[in-house]
Design a protein around this ligand. Structure first.
Ligand code: PLP
Length: 361
């Protein structure tokens, strides 16, 4: 097994050996006191991470399932979807697949929606809810989730946010910003193996969700709210993943959330400096997202026209570092460096050095 710190995929992210080993413990009854205590610790630490006093649902499913949960309990009526990348498009498609009428507001991939554009759409028609991706992992763009939430509330519209690559990596203030639904997955900035999804819903969302028809069962937010209040998951949880989450969340809280955000911010700025240096050397590499709207956890870089992402990624791999190629329509023209989870600046520096060499040759 290779050492930790050479794997820069923007999900799944590198998991420390200690956390992997935590999964290799015997099973225990998920209705017994030991699991209840573990579950309570996981939820309490997730409340710290999500900055909320609401119960956080820890669901044995990937993050996409929680997009579906957000929609299942959303008020009846049309959904406004902000689309600026592959995951934002996925959120819109999930809403449609759940039988909702969806109005997409599309901007070019890499950009974020100007608030004026959002306001024009909100004023046009009474939407029930809005979907938005805080940190769009396919482009590295970070929107102003606080402002989007405020604006949607001004029009009586609930704000449902995918914060998969921002929770644990940068400021996500669930309660203070009043976001109605915030979701993430275990395998991104929380540096856990894939397989768990975490979400929190506002009280206003839960109060109205109880009367929304057709919420299904496994992903019914009311089912998860009630289970959370009882103190356990509604059905058999992925127990090994909970062992890992229990240990990892204790260590995240011990590091301190602000310290974690600062560490991610530092790595994001390292990539910005690195890009400026490459440009000074004549390498035509640029960020896909504009300055001031870049994710703390993933950098999506547009390659010089003569370079192809697949080859660049393979050549960096041959030097011992895994980075991601582009996603969706940006698959061949961009590369993505995930600098999230438990990765540190001292891990990122040699990866960027390897990439510099590859782009020089
Ligand atoms: C990875 C990712 C998802 C999808 O997560 P899954 O766990 O694969 O379902 C959704 N949104 C964003 C922004 C992501 O980065």
């Amino acid at each position: 097994m290779s050492a930790f710190g050479r794997f820069f995929l923007p999900g799944p992210t590198d998991v420390r050996p200690e956390i992997l080993q935590a999964m290799a413990q015997p099973m225990l009854p998920h209705r017994g006191p030991a699991f209840s205590a573990l579950h309570a610790r996981v939820v309490e630490n997730l409340q710290t991470v999500f900055r909320t006093t609401r119960p956080v649902y820890a669901v044995s499913a990937s993050a996409t399932a929680l997009m579906e949960m957000a929609i299942r309990g959303a008020p009846e009526g049309p959904i406004l979807s902000l689309v600026n990348g592959a995951f934002a498009e996925r959120f819109a498609a999930v809403a449609q697949a759940c039988g909702r009428r969806v109005r997409r507001v599309v901007v070019p991939w890499g950009e974020i929606h100007p608030l004026g554009l959002l306001e024009r759409h909100l004023a046009e028609e009474p939407f029930a809810a809005l979907t938005v991706v805080h940190s769009e992992t396919s482009t590295g763009a970070l929107c102003d989730l606080r402002a989007v939430t405020e604006l949607s509330h001004r029009y009586g519209v609930m704000c449902l946010a995918d914060a998969v690559t921002s929770v644990g990596a940068g400021a996500v203030e669930t309660d203070a910003w009043g976001v109605d639904f915030v979701l993430t997955g275990s395998q991104k900035a929380l540096a856990l193996p894939p397989g768990l999804g975490f979400a929190v819903a506002s009280e206003a969302y839960i109060l109205q969700a109880a009367v929304v028809p057709g919420r299904g069962r496994y992903l019914d937010p009311i089912e998860h709210e009630e289970a959370a209040l009882r103190g356990g998951p509604p059905s058999t949880p992925a127990i090994p993943l909970f062992y890992a989450a229990d240990l990892q969340l204790q260590q995240i809280v011990a590091e301190g959330l602000e310290a974690r955000w600062a560490r991610h911010g530092e790595m994001q700025r390292m990539v910005e400096h690195w890009v400026i240096e490459r440009q000074a050397e004549g390498v035509a590499i640029t960020f896909q997202a504009p300055a001031g709207a870049r994710s703390p956890s993933v950098s999506c870089l547009s390659l010089p026209p003569e370079r192809d992402a697949k080859t660049v990624v393979a050549t960096v791999e041959a030097r011992g570092f895994t980075i991601g190629r582009g996603y969706g329509q940006l698959q061949d023209s961009t590369i993505r460096i995930g600098h999230m989870g438990d990765l540190r600046p001292e891990h990122l520096a040699p990866c960027l050095d390897a990439l510099s060499d590859v782009l020089r040759s």
